[in-house]
Design a binder for this molecule. Structure first.
Ligand SMILES: [Zn+2]
Length: 705
């Protein structure tokens, strides 16, 4: 099966021997689409990449200079004659000018082949971030914005939301408070930020090396034990509890419970001495900041700008899920406990947290022996990519074509255009940079380069994005890159983010594309992962690359899905443990003014939600998400629940996951609107009803009435 679509056939035009033969490119040029975009009142920008470190420094300096001048103009205007355009509108225009330079440099920092370019990008972004913090605190700009708000303008829709949120930004920085309080707040914020840096570096520097004999490590794969740095003596093996893959390999495979317990305790005591006082102070200071700003808790402060809006909503959500999962979690543990009892010959043996990974792994292997490696032959990279394009084209009513890229930062980079299939309106460009190389960003992500925005001249600036991935590279000419099932899922997920950016019709940068509440942003992409559980969807592209007649075995896919579901109770209870710790540290303690012991209270959460942990362990001192995801860890589960709910609309539609009508509704109500209206409203518009937690629970194998 061949999904490769080329916009034009290849012509070789040889004029005469006097002329060099020239080749008409197989790909259309970007100009072709740029001209076409004009018919729709759009501009389709093509980023011009810096190619020298000096250009990077120069351009960042230039944009900072420009931003300072715009800031001055906003601040120095006649406050009796302020307008939307001269205040909040001007700030959004400025965001646009900034992103047009900074996003590109950010991408260079993460992807440039030349190390000097990456270093220049890092340096420039640091300079920009430092400047940005100070700019946010400019009181003269705040006064101009507030002067406009004071005119009580009659705004609606996106305009009203922009003013409201801009004012909220300033309020969250304490601009409504007396100068002395603000000075105190600034000191507190700086102190928290220093402590957060310390917390992170203590985590990075924490080590715990344990030495075991071969016998003690029975069950751990030979390929792991024979590695340099692990085999450190005749019969001595050094396991670093701080190195995640060491930890997981031992916890999943070591047969001896005592070995697992030792490694677990070492892991759960990392950075204890250093980070206990640091975390204690961070939690107390966050509470103080929240109180000074007028919030009930740090959690209330953090969630105010998200879908959940407050601590109480999150607490209810988390507690409901903990309860809902209880029967499933208990049933899974009963199976694991029996397995352990049989292994150690004691029917009453306790099942501990350090047994969980081992028996989950063993259970999956015994019950659902799925050879995931054997699936790779069905997922040749090109086939998956083109198959995925075809699916997105179909459900969203789009056309995706490769174009001739005027610039590539690396040879394998390709550039593509998406257009509306019905009107042929070009909607945006995206780049693909899909294989690993030294110095490149080493995860999978969609990077915005240019965001959509309505410009002052009446045209609409269409977006540009880049998908930066690290799929296994092709092995020579005859063996294409073969993806694992999980990698195909990642591809669908990340491309979902890319579409979210490119399909936008939001008027302002602030609401463009994926600029939606943090606890929603993953939901559309998480939903698209369901597509890979459907044989019907997989059959549109997954076939043996050597024999297109050989389609993927549907039973095998069911088995993968089933094996994931079989242990999902424990998976989510573990996630919910982290959510509850986040709630505990950033919620009630603050409200009651209690002196909360960070370790005692989080260990109590383990006992309540997962398994009891030894008193002298301190999971939280090594829990890096407490800085960065504070007041936000629940977002993963929250978005999962929305994704499951949204997927049901497809599941119930005549065309299933490939239903074009539902797809188009998703495009209009979720992807095009972005953050321009309340997310709850957008979700309701797509679902055609109120949200429900039931589909999520049902997916986890939990019956709901
Ligand atoms: Zn994502």
């Amino acid at each position: 099966m061949n999904f490769i679509r080329r916009p034009f056939s290849l012509f070789f035009v040889i004029l005469s021997s006097l002329f060099a033969p020239f080749v008409t490119s197989a790909l259309e040029s970007v100009d072709f689409y740029q001209v076409k975009a004009k018919d729709f009142g759009n501009v389709l920008p093509v980023p011009v990449f810096e190619t020298q470190p000096s250009e990077i420094y120069y351009n960042v300096g230039k944009v900072i200079g420009y931003a300072n001048a715009v800031g001055d103009a906003i601040a120095n205007q006649d406050l009796n004659r302020v307008t939307f355009e001269s205040t909040v509108g001007a700030l959004d225009d400025l965001s646009n000018e900034i992103q047009l330079t900074v996003n590109r440099i950010y991408l260079i920092k993460e992807t440039a082949v030349d190390e000097a370019m990456r270093d220049a990008g890092t340096e420039a972004i640091k300079r920009f971030n430092d400047w940005n913090v100070g700019f946010g605190y400019r009181e003269d700009i705040y006064r101009a914005i507030q002067a406009y708000a004071d005119t009580k303008p009659e705004l609606t829709g996106e305009h009203a939301k922009l003013l409201e949120e801009t004012i909220l930004d300033f309020k969250r920085l304490g601009f409504h408070l007396p100068q002395t309080t603000r000075d105190e707040l600034e000191l507190l914020q700086k102190r928290v930020s220093t402590l957060a840096t310390d917390f992170g570096s203590n985590i990075r520097n924490a080590t715990a090396v344990l030495t075991f004999t071969k016998e003690e490590l029975d069950g751990v794969p030979e390929s792991f034990l024979s590695q340099d740095g692990i085999k450190t003596g005749e019969d001595a093996y050094s396991i670093s509890a701080n190195v995640t893959w060491h930890y997981i390999t031992v916890m999943e495979n070591a047969i001896n419970p005592a070995t697992r317990e030792k490694v677990f305790i070492a892991r759960y005591s990392l950075a204890q001495a250093e980070n206990t006082p640091v975390l204690q102070e961070i939690v107390e200071l966050r509470c103080e900041i929240a109180s000074k700003l007028g919030y009930g808790s740090w959690f209330d402060f953090k969630t105010e700008i998200k879908m959940a809006k407050n601590e109480k909503t999150v607490r209810n959500f988390v507690d409901d899920l903990i309860d809902g999962l209880d029967p499933k979690f208990k049933a899974e543990n009963a199976i694991f406990q029996k397995m352990k009892a049989a292994d150690v010959g004691d029917p009453d043996v306790t099942f501990d947290l350090w047994d969980w990974r081992y028996y989950r792994n063993k259970y999956k292997k015994d019950e659902f022996s799925v050879d995931t490696e054997a699936l790779r032959k069905y997922f040749a990279y090109e086939q998956c990519l083109n198959g995925m394009f075809a699916i997105y084209e179909r459900i969203f009513g789009l056309k995706i074509e490769q174009v001739e890229s005027p610039y590539k930062w690396e040879e394998s980079v390709t550039m593509h255009v998406i257009s509306d299939a019905a009107t042929e309106e070009p909607l945006g460009f995206f780049y693909l940079d899909m294989f690993p190389r030294e110095g490149k960003y080493n995860h999978f992500a969609s990077f915005g380069i240019i965001q959509g925005k309505q410009l002052d001249d009446g045209t609409y600036q269409r977006p540009v994005n880049a998908l930066i991935c690290n799929f296994p590279p092709p092995e020579g000419d005859n063996k294409p890159s073969l993806l694992s099932y999980n990698e195909v899922t990642t591809l669908f997920h990340e491309f979902g983010h890319c579409m979210h950016s490119l399909l936008t019709r939001s008027e302002f940068i602030r609401f463009s594309g994926t600029s939606v509440p943090r606890d929603f942003v993953e939901a559309p992409s998480q939903m698209l992962e369901y597509w890979l559980e459907s044989k019907e969807v997989l059959d549109t592209f997954a076939a043996n690359y050597q024999d297109p007649e050989d389609k993927i075995d549907g039973d095998l896919i069911d088995k993968i899905v089933e094996s994931n579901k079989a242990t999902v109770g424990g998976h989510y209870r573990r996630q919910l443990t982290f959510c509850s710790i986040d709630l505990e540290l950033h919620g009630p303690a603050c409200r009651h003014g209690d002196a909360l012991d960070v370790i005692e209270s989080s260990n109590a959460v383990f006992e309540k939600v997962l398994f009891p942990v030894p008193e002298d362990t301190s999971f939280v001192t090594y829990f890096g998400h407490l800085t960065g995801y504070d007041g936000g860890y629940y977002g993963y589960a929250w978005a999962d629940a929305i994704a499951a709910d949204m997927a049901t609309v497809f599941e119930q539609a005549p065309g299933g996951y490939l239903d074009e009508e539902v797809g188009l509704r998703l495009r209009r109500e979720i992807y095009e609107t972005g953050g321009s209206r309340d997310m709850n409203e957008s979700i309701r518009a797509f679902l055609g009803r109120e949200r429900s937690l039931k589909p999520f629970l049902n997916n986890l194998g939990i019956e709901t009435e």
